[in-house]
Design a protein around this ligand. Structure first.
Ligand code: HEM
Ligand code: SF4
Ligand code: SF4
Length: 272
């Protein structure tokens, strides 16, 4: 069933210590927030009943516990669910463990409550998470805004991405402050400190739909042509913010096939 990936050594006679080395996937909390207490408890179970090796986290998001024997599987499952109120994640042809970005817990750009959505999907589809019923795996991922920090658009069969349908909020004074070099562009992610932004070159000319005008004093966005790519907001986060009429775009069908390269998902519902 879901969350246990069985591994047996072909030569247990030569390598008795790793005759079994099963992986367990444990469903991470939404956005991967823990208390120290929970982490200690998890490590205690795994030191006692498994190898003690962990991978925090797998690329799908699970807590990956590496290496245990068949006899320990049920006791671990019991202790996880009863003592810790945690559950196994998905594997095989299941619905896989849903994952999301930090969302409203930490990020001012989040247009939706990603944690709530992920928690809801996890509970709604318990059966599909635990019992392989499909011909192939199925993944849900949720990002709070089009920056898409969980790369839902490239990795999930169903991607839920926060967006807005009104206007980008503009603080014209802060735009001037970026132009004058009083603020650090890109939230200082390039370590430049306060430095002048060439707004025409670095913002307007890089807008994919060229829907921004800057006359040296005033920034104008033609919101009806904006594709919500987040570029301008990322460059000048103190000046520009996502709108307030927020919701989500739902997309389907991303795949990471071995031969033909990544396929991005397609929009099914533009705004909900
Ligand atoms: C025995 C076979 C396989 C094993 C043991 C395996 C193992 C894993 C593990 C441990 C992860 C991380 C899981 C997590 O974070 O929860 C993972 C993720 C992934 N696997 Fe596999 N895998 C197998 C087969 C495949 C196949 C056949 C494909 C595609 C053709 C595939 C594509 C992927 C992709 C795309 C991810 C990343 C998903 C994401 O980013 O959300 N895997 N796999
Ligand atoms: S996807 Fe958007 S809302 Fe989520 S953490 Fe990234 S920037 Fe913030
Ligand atoms: S979010 Fe992207 S498309 Fe929209 S105005 Fe800004 S740069 Fe242009």
């Amino acid at each position: 069933g879901g969350g246990v990936i069985g591994r047996y050594c072909d030569r247990p006679d030569l390598f008795p210590e790793v005759a079994h080395f099963h992986t367990m996937r444990v469903n991470q909390p939404s956005s991967k927030f823990y208390t120290t207490e929970v982490l200690k408890q998890l490590c205690d179970i795994w030191e006692k009943r498994g190898s003690g090796l962990t991978n925090m986290h797998g690329s799908t998001g699970d807590i990956i516990l590496l290496g245990t024997v068949t006899d320990e599987l049920e006791p671990i499952f019991y202790e996880l669910t009863h003592d810790m109120k945690m559950d196994l994640g998905g594997s095989g042809s299941n619905m896989r463990t849903p994952s999301c970005c930090l969302g409203k817990a930490r990020c001012e750009w989040s247009c939706i409550d990603t944690q709530d959505i992920t928690n809801d999907i996890t509970h709604e589809y318990q059966d599909e998470l635990h019992r392989p019923a499909f011909p192939y795996k199925f993944k849900f991922k949720t990002s709070g805004c089009p920056n898409d920090c969980v790369a839902a658009i490239a990795r999930a069969d169903c991607s839920i991405i926060g967006t807005w349908r009104d206007k980008i909020r503009i603080d014209q004074e802060a735009v001037k402050a970026y132009a004058a070099g009083e603020l650090a562009p890109n939230g200082n992610s390039f370590g430049t400190g306060p430095s002048a932004v060439d707004i025409q070159k670095e913002v307007c000319d890089l807008c994919p739909t060229r829907c921004i005008d800057w006359d040296g004093k005033n920034l104008k966005i033609w919101d009806e042509d904006c594709t919500r790519c987040m570029h301008c907001i990322n460059v000048m986060p103190r000046a520009l913010r996502t709108g307030t009429d927020t919701g989500a775009t739902i997309l389907c069908g991303a795949k990471a096939p071995i031969l033909e390269g990544a396929q991005l998902s397609s929009v099914i519902i533009p705004f909900i």
